[in-house]
Design a protein around this ligand. Structure first.
Ligand code: C2O
Ligand code: CU
Ligand code: CU
Length: 566
């Protein structure tokens, strides 16, 4: 496998310029199997003829191989960091434990190797991987550190869909970038002056005259795409970030924010010999969406509010066994029940109010040492997100997918009703309501991230982190799920923070029981309204050991959480 991947990386780098000055879109080589080696390294790449651009990549100088994984398999990565800087690798969209997630806490120092191992618990869809070191994500991603992850599963495999990699199933990462006069990549996402597809400018792909799947990823640091064909040909979206949609959705324009993915199917039958032009219609982006016009009017970068070509498709002869039709249904996405769900509020603000660069979540900047909230494994949560700023922000949550319940109070469009891990929160008092559930992993020490996927915003602190406490021992099934969480846990400070969502108003009390079931301390918070309560319990002077914290509302037991006092 190693030799094969090396060979493929070489051919990937050898890009020939076609007769029309367009560059064939390189298809990244595939890595699969139980053990996958990734080396992140610096090098140079010729992106513009006559210029040598400094880049970084995985197993090569620019971008990375496509990792193909089967749902249910176990995988181990060995990530070798050959950069002179620290990095991390985040498996964007995969449901892995916080320790395997490649967050800013899981640093790989220069020269070191990181070897996470985990099962693939996800649905068939298009995911990706990229660095996530705090404050350096944008730099490393824009220099080229990014690659695809394709998850396959039995449900998707049973559908008559195109899946011959590189032929009728083509991964395409689109990235706005900023080049200076010497064609070096610069860290100025507001000035983006080029669009690359799989690392080339002005790319062309040959596709057969049949149903062809393109896996679209917006790997940009800042701007949104509004994809569509120059001739307005319709296409179908079949999946969103983390899974199939219930049915193919016909459309002629598709907005994709940084971090978002969409698999689309284009019917190229009867098009042999034709040339199709895929464009981004920046003029069609809503106001306040990066790439369109700003809320206060005007534009920021040279490509904003313009329409431009992003890919040329030359349609060639059909393959031997072409897919010629599309299934009418794909899957059945079942949204978690909202009853009994805890609610959480996230507010995006800017300082000063009109700022286009200085953003906060709930008034705070990201701090590696601060846990913004804790929750409990098995708990369903509804997040209400509001955006008081002048621009749209794509919110991404690590650890598990979610479903969007509403956008600006309305049911989301059909192509946003599937499994998602990035959602666009519209500007100017825009709002999103989503539902999620942390089913598979709990870790009392290592947090998951949530952040804006505009990378300069993320690096600038538009990010938070949360702990998913393992479910308390002795609880099982939905009926016994605790309705509150505590932090820190284990606790050694004498102060315990409690986050509790009350289903109704009433008198709120807690009792702390020792291992023998004796009440060692009681706390009375009096009458509370049906709301989220953030409380502080004084537990100083308690002996080390394991305790149970019970909550009662007007005498009725709400739930119990195991607390470890150190
Ligand atoms: Cu794709 Cu936290 O990132
Ligand atoms: Cu992620
Ligand atoms: Cu943002």
């Amino acid at each position: 496998m190693k030799l094969l991947s090396k060979f493929l990386v070489c051919s990937f780098a050898a890009m020939a310029v076609s007769a029309f000055g367009q560059i064939p879109v390189p298809i990244p080589p595939v890595l699969s199997g139980p053990v996958i080696d990734l080396t992140v390294q610096a090098g140079t790449t010729v992106i513009y003829p006559g210029f040598t651009t400094n880049t970084i990549g995985y197993n090569g100088n620019f971008l990375g191989p496509t990792i193909v994984l089967d749902a249910g398999q176990q995988v181990q990565f060995n990530v070798h960091n050959q950069l002179t800087d620290t990095t991390t690798v985040h498996w964007h969209g995969l449901n892995v434990s916080p320790a395997n997630d490649g967050s800013p806490h899981v640093i790989i120092k220069a020269g070191e190797t990181w070897s996470p191992a985990f099962p693939i618990l996800d649905k068939a869809a298009t995911y990706w991987y990229h660095p996530h070191p705090h404050g350096k994500t944008m730099k490393q991603v824009l220099l080229g550190a990014a690659g695809f992850i394709i998850v396959r599963d039995a449900e998707e495999a049973a559908l008559n869909l195109p899946r011959t990699y590189g032929v009728d199933d083509v991964p395409l990462v689109f990235q706005f970038k900023t080049f200076d006069a010497q064609k070096q990549l610069v860290m100025d996402d507001e000035a983006d002056n080029a669009v690359l597809v799989n690392g080339v400018v002005d790319g062309v792909v040959s596709s057969p005259a049949q149903m062809v799947r393109y896996r679209l990823l917006n790997g940009s640091s800042h701007r949104f795409f509004n994809f569509g064909f120059a001739n307005n040909k319709a296409f179908h979206q079949i999946s969103s970030d983390a899974g199939l949609l219930n049915a193919p959705i016909s459309m002629s324009r598709l907005i994709l924010a940084p971090g978002e993915r969409a698999d689309i199917i284009v019917d190229l039958s009867g098009e042999q010999g034709n040339t199709l032009t895929l464009k981004s219609f920046g003029t069609g982006l809503p106001q306040g969406y990066p790439g369109g016009t700003m809320m206060m009017g005007g534009t920021m970068g040279p490509l904003d509010n313009t329409d431009f070509n992003v890919l040329t498709i030359n349609v060639v002869a059909a393959t031997a066994n072409p897919v010629m039709s599309m299934p009418s249904t794909l899957t059945n996405n079942v949204v978690w029940s909202q009853s009994g769900a805890a609610t959480r509020s996230l507010g995006f603000t800017a300082q000063p109010m009109m700022s286009m660069t200085n953003f906060f979540i709930n008034g705070l900047k990201y701090d590696m040492e601060t846990i913004n909230f804790t929750t409990e494994q098995g708990k369903t949560e509804i997040w209400n997100i509001t955006n008081q700023t002048m621009m749209a922000h794509p919110l991404h949550i690590h650890g598990n997918h979610f479903y969007v319940l509403s956008v600006n109070g309305a049911t989301p469009p059909p192509n946003e009703r599937g499994r998602k891990d990035v959602v666009v929160v519209p500007p100017m008092n825009g709002s999103v309501k989503l539902i999620t559930k942390y089913e598979n992993y709990g870790d009392a020490d290592m947090p998951y991230m949530y952040h804006c996927h505009i990378l300069s915003h993320e690096d600038g602190g538009m990010m938070g982190q949360f702990i998913v406490n393992p479910a308390a021992s002795g609880t099982s099934g939905v009926a016994e799920q605790p309705t509150f969480s505590v932090s820190p846990n284990p606790v050694s400070t004498g102060v315990l923070n409690v986050d509790i969502s009350l289903p109704k108003a009433g008198k709120l009390e807690f009792s702390l029981l020792d291992g023998a079931g004796r009440t060692v301390r009681s706390f009375d918070f009096g009458e509370k309204t049906a709301d989220n309560q953030a409380l502080v319990l004084n537990i100083s002077g308690l002996a080390s050991g394991i305790y149970l914290l019970e909550s009662h509302l007007s005498g009725e037991r709400l739930g119990v959480v195991k607390v470890v006092v150190q």
